[in-house]
Design a protein around this ligand. Sequence first.
Ligand code: NAP
Length: 312
Amino acid sequence: MTRVLFSAPKKDWEAYEAHLRRALAEIGVDASLEFALMPDAPETLDYIVYAPSSRLEDFSPFPNVKLVQNLWAGVEEVVGNPTLTQPLARMVDDGLTDGMVEWCVGHVMRHHLGMDAQIKVQDGVWNPVVPPLASSRTVTVLGLGALGREVCAALVALKFDVRGWSRSLRQVPGVATFSGADGLDRALGGAGMVVLLLPQTPATENVLNAARLSCLAEGAVVLNPGRGPLIDDAALLDALASGQVSHATLDVFREEPLPPDHPFWAHEQVTVTPHIASATRPETAVRVIAENIRRGEAGEPFLHLVDRALGY
Ligand code: NAP
């Protein structure tokens, strides 16, 4: 029988166990699911379902594991683990994608329609300021992967002028796409909003630095549901002070939880959300896990494998 170790905090096991057993049964995989820090006979284990918040840090006792399936989209905490020699897959989950689309569209629309000003100014003065149409606003999405592409599609459906940037040049319907360093400046040039959906890798650290922030339209809005290190925080604070950036809505930070005395908390032009832009949803994610285990047992290629050299 196929042995699967679920290596994650207990609350995740409680949330996933019944769904995962059902998904494996439905897809026809006869598997034993185990929840333990170190299972018996680790050399006979076949798969590890892994949350980087679990206490498992040494993968060397599991030489015959065919796949480590990450429960999260981001793999930066595990991809560089020198004991991890087994294939690693990241999570691509419909629920995770839908949640990210909703967070991004909601926060884009908040700033696009100027909702904060309307809520604050309830002074009895009838002052009809007509909001702009989406077609007059350029939104640039950095990262055109599983999440970035769907966020682009939703923004295109709302008729925003959407640009996208990725490592390799991608085609996304209705989106002007760019790649490479020159492409980044062109993607950002004059944009009114930027949404960061890149993975955290050595190549993406501080991608939004002072020079790149200065490419944006004056008073632009920065939305970061990707990872904290994508932004040079000091440059962002300077850009907020100068008016080059009017607001930043940040879901992710270099240090999480964000320390109580961090300047972002009290900053009037910064909105902090506590890494909730989107979560892996057990109901849908178990289908991805079960499908990858089925593939491994059938000798078919795994889905969503991480490229170790690229780090995502
Ligand atoms: P993905 O499918 O791996 O896509 C990553 C995208 O970034 C790809 O388009 C890739 O380019 C691009 N990219 C990577 N390195 C680059 C570089 N050096 N220069 C330019 N583009 C680069 O990832 P995903 O599933 O969309 O997720 C993106 C990130 O969102 C995750 O890594 C995670 O950090 C974050 N996330 C956050 C939350 C939250 O709750 N805040 C939830 C889920 C995910 P190519 O297309 O050329 O490969």
